[in-house]
Each structure stands twice: as structure tokens, then as C-alpha cells.
Design a protein around this ligand. Sequence first.
Ligand SMILES: [Cu+2]
Length: 161
Amino acid sequence: MADSRGRAVGLPSVPRTRWWAAGVTMSLVLLTLLAPLPVIGAAPQERHITISARSFAFEPGTVRVNRGDTLIINLESTDVVHGLYVDGYGLATQAEPGRPGQLTFVADRSGAFRFRCNVACGNLHPFMIGKLVVGPNLTWLRAIAATLITAVGAMTAFWKR
Ligand SMILES: [Cu+2]
């Protein structure tokens, strides 16, 4: 709103610095929420993962998920009986050719965990190891960061000078 001389009417004048603070805050929040970080689907989701086991390796050897994801692991063996034991979670399943094993759980602990074959399958059996990497839930972290930035921005904008 403005009168005929272009002066603002009705609203108390807002110092320019406050508009700056508001603009900077908005930009930071948008950046926090939308910055393209190298993460696949950050919201908790159901993941169907097929792990193929053979003497003496798992394929894929590294599985990356986000904390909170529900993992449905399908273990397939292409030669003999193999097992899959997930360190840190204490879960196990077994598979033999034609008879896959399944493991369903929520990845509620973040960190790197080894998964290993727990069926003696040959002389290199102790080296049959893979890795489960449970990363932070970035959606959650972004929400927290956006809230903090908004709070700081609001305080800056409305601070009584
Ligand atoms: Cu083995």
C-alpha cells in the first residue's frame, strides 16, 4: 500500500536489514531442503534387496540404505549352502540353490555393519564378508536444519534494535 507520494501507508516502516534477514533466511531454508546431495530416496522406504551368494563372495558386496528403511533381503545361492549373518543386528538367514532365504527388518541403527556367511562353505569361508551401510535419514536432518535456520532468521529479523 502507498499513498499518492509513494510512501507506505498503514504499516510501520520496516528497516531494510529485516528484509535482508528474511530473504537470506528463506534462501538458506530452500537450499537446505533442496540441495542435491548424493542420496537415493531419503524418506524411509521399503527396499527389496537381492544378495547373491557364491563361494566365496556376496554380490553386491556393499548394501547402502537409509536409517529407518525396511529391508527385505532375498538371499540367493548359486552353488552350495550359504548363510547371511548381519553383525550389529544379530539376524541371519540361509540359502541353497533353488531355495532362497529371506530376511526382513528395519534398519534402525546407523553405521557400517559387516554381513558374513555363517555356514562353513569351504576354505575361504571366513573371508566371505559384505558390508551393510546404514546412513542417516537426510530428510529428517534437513527438516531439523531448516527449522533451526528459520528460528535464527526470525530472531534476526525481529530483534529489537
Ligand atoms: Cu560360508
